[in-house]
Write a protein that binds this ligand. Structure first.
Ligand code: HEM
Length: 142
């Protein structure tokens, strides 16, 4: 069904948020602690929406697998990378929640959490990028 591929590509545009996140997250560490709280709240909300959209990607992608003649290697690598991506988005929640809970107190701890957010979102961005490459060049893992 053409509509499922459309939904999958639409979802991938939205999940593209994870490609931008490391650059946006990098700004968090430069803000005053009180401003970081609001910033972290925004990023946390976006991450929650992103996680729901990843579920959409998984469901539509699962259906698409049945429609295309892809190698088992491709499926295994895509699913492993996808699970790693899911884990990164989950791990992003920890430091973001801590910054929010700190209420702007504890500058050093917030700084550490800000750099964790940059690291996890950087890994997530690389994973989205590699997944997108594999979507377009499935022949690499034929
Ligand atoms: C961040 C995650 C993902 C992104 C950004 C993404 C993106 C895309 C895009 C843009 C296409 C269209 C490619 C084309 O028309 O040539 C596509 C196709 C496809 N996707 Fe995904 N996808 C993701 C996750 C998944 C997952 C987890 C699965 C499987 C469970 C999957 C299975 C497929 C299949 C089977 C196709 C059609 C075959 C192909 O063109 O290679 N995708 N994906």
């Amino acid at each position: 069904m053409q509509i499922v591929l459309f939904l999958h590509v639409l979802g991938s545009l939205a999940v593209g948020f994870y490609l931008l996140l490391p650059f946006v997250a990098a700004r968090m560490g430069t803000l005053e602690p009180a401003a970081q709280v609001g910033y972290a709240k925004g990023l946390h909300n976006l991450n929650r929406v992103g996680q729901w959209l990843l579920i959409v990607q998984f469901l539509t992608g699962g259906y698409l697998i049945s429609q295309y003649d892809l190698s088992v290697l491709w499926m295994v690598v895509v699913i492993v990378l996808f699970v790693a991506l899911g884990a990164m988005t989950g791990m992003l929640g920890g430091p973001l929640k801590r910054v929010i809970a700190s209420g702007g107190e504890g500058k050093q701890a917030a700084q550490r959490d800000a750099s964790r957010v940059v690291m996890f979102s950087g890994i997530a961005a690389v994973l989205v990028f590699v997944l997108l490459l594999l979507m377009y060049y499935p022949q690499w893992l034929a």
